[in-house]
Write a protein that binds this ligand. Structure first.
Ligand code: ZN
Length: 204
């Protein structure tokens, strides 16, 4: 049945179906929508997609996406140079920064180590991290890698590396425990164990 679909349509649908949340049916719906759009609008979308790679750079400081060599966050002179927040990806960096409560630097690690990975995995951007810490400005490294097995594994690996190579840098991690709005009776045992472990003095 697919053979009756003109190749340009089925090719585009096949590519769109690889996008997050898309399957073959929804991809075909997208293609049909694009065909119904005014031609200029469809062409503009195509041009935006093809210029994405040309216009975006990887920031040479944090590894995030930027239209300039160094991104606006890394260029911001009002941000503290003492504290560096290590995140997995650019999405996490954007989410972390959206609240405006963190005013330090960022660095994108580019992935996490799974428990089965070789410990000196080259999937992580460790060179960028080591170069950054070697500059000597960072006093604290905040691990904001999430609360998964992979995040734990990576956090242990990074903290060992930093302790060995940069003993003056303090390593911390985001608190783990009950999320805002959560109720104790709905929490799983591991969340409660972490919440108890990282309990803090109550100040009213
Ligand atoms: Zn940057």
């Amino acid at each position: 049945m697919t053979s009756t679909i003109p190749a340009p349509l089925s090719d585009l649908a096949a590519q769109i179906s690889k996008l997050p949340g898309m399957g073959p049916k929804s991809a075909m719906r997208v293609v049909m929508t694009l065909l119904r759009w005014p031609e200029e609008q469809t062409r503009r979308l195509g041009a935006s997609i093809s210029s994405l790679r040309d216009q975006l750079h990887i920031c040479r400081r944090c590894g995030g996406l930027s239209t300039t060599d160094v991104c606006p966050i890394c260029q911001d002179a009002t941000r503290s140079q003492d504290i560096l927040c290590l995140v997995t990806d650019w999405d996490s960096m954007m989410t972390m920064d959206r609240g405006g409560f963190y005013r330090g630097q960022y660095l994108i690690l580019g992935g996490l180590l799974s428990p089965l990975d070789n410990r000196d995995s080259d999937r992580l951007d460790l060179n960028r991290l080591e170069e950054r810490l070697a500059e000597g400005q960072v006093k604290e490294l905040v691990l904001a890698l999430g609360a998964t097995l992979e995040a734990d594994n990576t956090a242990i690996f990074i903290s060992e590396l930093v302790r060995k190579r940069f003993p003056a840098v303090r390593v911390s991690r985001l608190a783990q425990g009950i999320p805002l709005g959560g109720e104790v009776r709905h929490m799983d045992a591991e969340t409660l164990r972490q919440s108890l472990k990282y309990r803090q003095e109550f100040k009213s």
